[in-house]
Design a protein around this ligand. Structure first.
Ligand SMILES: [Fe+2]
Ligand SMILES: [Fe+2]
Length: 278
């Protein structure tokens, strides 16, 4: 794709007309992964409000969150939705999403924020590390070139979000001076807290929408989760995730090496998303 440096991609840059439908049509696992991701991204507005309020006093951050970050997350959802509708046209995306939004909206609680602004920024770095790694993995494993391109675009947005949150972390670290221990604790806690509920609810809504007449059973989800875990073992970019998780700790290379096993453990915690769902 040719684009001037610094110009952000838009949904119109994705060549949906070139999707090689034959190579994804029968891949139920990929269909579920992409459809579930579209549901979760497009629902970003449900859980971003309290973060924006937390930083309302800081004009630059509030402006970025509302006019860039949230917009990009919603565009991820819209772009993935269009991919699903093009690659798997028999699936009624709107109807299945309406079910997801009603069910998940009813149980989705506002995310608890960390105790201070600096620590909340650390937590956000962890979340963006998780999404950046997930889309990197999706891009690497996709047999279909347009999905590979789309997932790579989304992954680089998530890395961009991470960079903003990291920069804001440094600003608030100067003001609040959190201990390295507090930063580490937040990092591990947020990595362990990664919600699995949204994955489960998204899977169930996609399943029901694409299998009318088949009652949903827990075993359907378990089989899917096992399949995704296999992909994760093969494709999850641990090196990238570990590097991103280490950065807010801002340690010299020697300490960094000593912390590596702990942070690697934190990167593994992301996998719980697929291990612990309701
Ligand atoms: Fe996103
Ligand atoms: Fe993001």
């Amino acid at each position: 794709m040719s684009r001037s440096p610094g110009v952000h991609w838009s949904i119109d840059d994705i060549p949906y007309g070139e999707i090689d439908g034959a190579c994804v049509r029968d891949d139920r696992r990929l269909f579920h992964i992409v459809a579930s991701a579209s549901f979760i991204e497009i629902t970003s507005d449900l859980y971003t409000k309290n973060l924006v309020e937390f930083f309302r006093h800081d004009g630059e951050i509030a402006e970025w969150l509302e006019h860039h970050w949230e917009k990009e997350e919603l565009q991820h959802g819209a772009a993935l939705k269009k991919y699903v509708q093009t690659a798997w046209p028999a699936f009624d995306w709107e109807a299945a999403y309406a079910t997801f939004r009603a069910e998940y909206g009813a149980i989705c609680t506002v995310e608890a924020l960390a105790g201070t602004k600096a620590l909340e920024m650390v937590a956000r770095c962890v979340v963006e590390t998780g999404t950046a790694s997930f889309y990197r993995m999706l891009s690497d494993l996709s047999p279909e070139p347009v999905l590979r391109q789309l997932a790579a675009e989304i992954s680089s947005d998530e890395v961009g979000h991470y960079k903003h949150f990291h920069r804001y972390f440094r600003r608030y670290r100067e003001l609040e001076r959190p201990s390295r221990f507090a930063v580490m604790r937040t990092l591990l806690k947020r990595a362990a807290d990664v919600e699995a509920e949204d994955t489960f609810y998204a899977f169930r809504a996609v399943f029901r929408g694409s299998n009318p007449g088949t009652p949903f059973e827990r075993a359907h989800y378990d089989a899917y989760r096992d399949g995704v875990l296999n992909l994760v073992r093969q494709y999850f970019p641990h090196g990238m995730a570990v590097k991103m998780l280490l950065k807010p700790l801002d340690m010299n290379p020697l300490v960094s090496r000593a912390m590596l096993p702990t942070v690697t453990q934190a990167s593994r915690l992301f996998l719980r998303r697929y291990d612990n769902a309701a």
